[in-house]
Design a protein around this ligand. Sequence first.
Ligand SMILES: [Zn+2]
Length: 295
Amino acid sequence: MKRVLSELLNLPDVVVESSLQEGKTLILSVTKKTKSAVCPQCGKKSHHLHQNQNYLIKDLPMGDKEVILNINRRRFKCKTCRKTFNEELDFVGVRKKYTHRYAENIIKQLINIDVSNVAKNNGLSEEEVYSMLEDIIKNILPINVSSLRRLGIDEISLVKGQGKFIVVLVDIDSGKLIGLAKERKQIIIENLMTTWGEKVLEQIEEVSMDLTGNYKNLVEKICPNAVITVDRFHVTKLIHEELNQARIAEKKVALELNIESREKVFDSLKGNKYTILKAEDKLTDKQKIKLDIIR
Ligand SMILES: [Zn+2]
């Protein structure tokens, strides 16, 4: 069971020692497999455990359970320096209450909805979402772009109608966040992308971006082999908007019908495929072309 849970948890060198279920919450007590830690002062390995220190952090959910990790960030004593130090844990920042991947997942949700709704959906405060964003911008995530082939550039509106945007760069194939910029200035994105190196920029085959095509010139300049396509997130958003419009319109009609036929209409509205097809019919030709591009 321990082994299965450790595999499911999938954090490098981390083992689940025990688990506890409390309603919708799964608490996993975890520790690092390694019996030693490297002293940050002198770089020497220490095997001398000084103290166990447990605390709770949030991690990605499993099934319908919220997951809390009871982690042991051990304190070691360095025999050379004669000082104690905390072991480094690569999956959580110092004094943070959530794993890196938890924060990454929250920030990815911002692609489709705004800060207040992401906060609400995840039982977080808006401040917490902002602070996760800050963490990620500060580059706490180990970013590996060596196999990047398809890049997504997306502008995210943080607060509706306030013109507050961030720019997100995603590896489309792995779904990983590979870059974040606080402002939507071309030069900032260019500087960020050039840190990946020429080899990576040359191997990029496709860059998808939003309907405005704001970064088209930049991509043409620095990614010589990339084809530019319309960003799927934006197209998805577009479809959702159309879908909601279609639902509202049909609900309105249904309210004017008698009860029996009203129920029929509501039933048909529940069938997802039907509604999606309907919504798609309502797309303009221009939107349909864009939709075809991404299929
Ligand atoms: Zn030392």
